[in-house]
Design a protein around this ligand. Structure first.
Ligand code: XLS
Ligand code: NI
Ligand code: NI
Length: 437
C-alpha cells in the first residue's frame, strides 16, 4: 500500500532554533529530565477517534476533513486499510501509545455478533501493526453513545435491553483490549446522565451504573486483565447532567458503591473547564485520593462553551499538569493522551502532524519547566512554610485526630485575638513561576 503521508518523514528533534514546522522544538524523546527520559515521563498517546475517524463536522455544518484513505463506505475492508494509515502516522510522529473505542476502529455490523466479528478482524490488523512498530495500546473503550439505541443512556438506560447490549459490547471491548496488551480500560459516561428529571429515577440509574461497573470488575478478574479501569469525568454534553460530572463526584460515586479499589480517574482538560474547574484542581483532587491514573490532554476555547477538544499549546497549562504528575511520582499505566482534534478549518492531513507536534512540544516544555520549579524548591517550601503553625503540639494533636473543641478553646483563650496571619503572596508566587516559563 502506498504511504498515506508520503511528504512526511519521521519527525525528529530539531531543537528550539529549528524553523521546520515538522520538527520538534522541545520534545526530545531520549533526553533525560530528572533521571528519566522525556518519552517515559510523557507517555504520549494518539487517539483513533479524533485523528483517524472524525470528519470534523460541527452542529452547524458537515465534515470538512480531507482523508484520502477513507472511502466513506464504512466497510470492514476500509477499516482494516485505515489501521495501516493510523500506524504510519503514529510511527512517523514517534508516539509510543494509542487509544481507541471499539466503533472507531471497526464498523458496527447488522447484529452484535457481526460487530464482534468485525472487531476481531480489525484487532488482528492492529496486533500486526503493534508488533511491527512497537506502538502500544494505552487503553481501549466502548462507544456506548453514538448509536441511536443509546438515546437514553447505556448502563443508565431505563430499558434493560439496552443495558444488556451495552454489557455485551463492553465485555467484547475488554477482551480485545486485553488481547492487544492494553495498559488500561476507560469508562466515560457518554450518555449516562439525564436531560430532564421529569422522566428520571436518578437513584435507580446510579444503582444500575454501579451494578454494571461491578460486572466489569468481575469480568476483569475472570479474564486476568491486570490494568486499571479509568473513569473519565465530564459534567455535561451530550446530556444536561452526566453522572460522572467531575473528579469529586466520581470519587464519591466509586466510594459509595465500593468501586474505588478498581478505578483510577482519567482527567480531561476540557471536561474540567466545562465543570467550572481548572485542570489542576481536578488533578489535585484525584491525587488526594491516590486515584489519578491518566490524562486526556486537550483544551477548550475560553469563549466557546463546548467541549471543543483543541490541542493543548498553553505552556502554563502544561506546566501545571506536569507539576502534578511529577508530584505524584509520574505516570505508571496512564499517559498524556491527546483526546484532541484539529479545527474544522484545518482540514488537510498534514494538520494532524502540526497539531500533535505542537501538543507534544507544549508538554515537553511543561515538563522541563515543572522539573526546574521543583529543583529550585522555593515554591514547595513556600507552601510548606505556610502551614508552619501546624507543626506545634496542638497542630499535631489535631492532625492525629486526638484534639477536642475544649483544647481549641483553651488555645484561643490563651492566644487572644489572632495577630499571626501572614500574606498569601499570590503575586510574588506568580512572578516566581514566570522566572521559569
Ligand atoms: C468525550 C470523551 C471521550 C472519552 C472516551 O468527551 O472525552 O472521548 O475520552 O470515550
Ligand atoms: Ni476524553
Ligand atoms: Ni472530551
Amino acid at each position: 500500500m502506498a504511504e498515506a503521508f508520503p511528504d512526511v518523514k519521521k519527525i525528529v528533534y530539531g531543537g528550539p532554533k529549528s524553523r521546520n514546522p515538522l520538527e520538534f522544538k522541545h520534545y526530545n524523546a531520549t533526553e533525560m529530565v530528572g533521571g528519566k527520559t522525556m518519552k517515559d515521563h510523557l507517555r504520549f498517546s494518539v487517539v483513533y477517534w479524533h485523528t483517524f475517524s472524525n470528519p470534523l463536522g460541527d452542529p452547524f455544518g458537515m465534515g470538512t476533513a480531507l482523508r484520502p484513505w477513507d472511502d466513506n463506505s464504512g466497510s470492514l475492508a476500509n477499516a482494516i486499510k485505515k489501521v495501516k494509515v493510523a500506524f504510519e502516522f503514529i510511527e512517523k510522529l514517534g508516539a509510543p501509545y494509542y487509544a481507541f473505542h471499539d466503533r472507531d476502529v471497526s464498523p458496527e455490523g447488522a447484529t452484535i455478533q457481526e460487530s464482534h466479528k468485525n472487531l476481531d478482524a480489525v484487532a488482528r490488523a492492529l496486533k500486526e501493526e503493534q508488533d511491527r512498530t512497537g506502538v502500544k495500546l494505552l487503553w481501549g473503550t466502548a462507544n456506548l453513545f453514538s448509536n441511536k439505541r443509546f438515546m437514553h443512556g447505556a448502563a443508565t438506560s431505563p430499558n434493560l435491553d439496552v443495558f444488556a447490549f451495552a454489557g455485551a459490547q463492553v465485555k467484547k471491548a475488554m477482551e480485545v483490549t486485553h488481547e492487544l496488551g492494553g495498559e488500561g480500560y476507560t469508562f466515560w459516561g457518554g450518555r449516562e446522565g439525564y436531560s430532564t428529571l421529569w422522566n428520571t429515577d436518578m437513584k435507580r440509574e446510579l444503582d444500575h451504573l454501579a451494578a454494571f461497573l461491578h460486572m466489569a470488575v468481575d469480568y476483569k478478574k475472570q479474564i486476568g486483565f491486570a490494568g486499571p479501569f479509568y473513569i473519565e469525568p465530564k459534567p455535561m454534553e451530550p446530556t444536561k447532567h452526566q453522572y460522572d460530572s467531575d473528579a469529586e463526584s466520581c470519587l464519591n460515586f466509586l466510594r459509595t458503591y465500593g468501586l474505588l479499589p478498581y478505578f483510577k480517574l482519567n482527567i480531561e482538560t476540557n471536561h474540567a473547564s466545562l465543570a467550572g474547574h481548572e485542570m489542576e484542581h481536578e488533578l489535585r483532587i484525584s491525587m488526594a485520593s491516590d486515584a489519578l491514573g491518566s490524562i486526556d490532554a486537550n483544551t477548550g476555547d475560553p469563549l466557546v462553551g463546548w467541549d471543543t477538544d483543541q490541542f493543548p499549546t498553553d505552556i502554563y497549562l502544561t506546566t501545571k499538569c506536569m507539576l502534578c504528575i511529577l508530584d505524584m511520582g509520574g505516570l505508571t499505566t496512564g499517559g498524556v493522551n491527546f483526546d484532541a482534534k484539529v479545527r474544522r478549518e484545518s482540514f488537510e492531513p498534514i494538520d494532524l502532524f502540526h497539531a500533535h507536534i505542537g501538543g507534544m512540544d507544549a508538554f515537553a516544555r511543561g515538563l522541563k519547566i515543572a522539573h526546574a520549579i521543583r529543583e529550585d524548591g522555593r515554591l514547595a517550601s513556600f507552601v510548606k512554610d505556610r502551614y508552619a503553625s501546624w507543626n506545634s503540639d496542638l497542630g499535631k494533636t489535631v492532625e492525629s485526630g486526638k484534639a477536642s473543641f475544649a483544647d481549641l478553646e483553651a488555645h484561643a483563650f490563651k492566644a487572644g485575638d489572632v495577630t499571626s496571619n501572614v500574606s498569601g503572596r499570590q503575586e510574588m508566587l506568580e512572578n516566581l513561576v514566570n522566572e521559569f516559563v
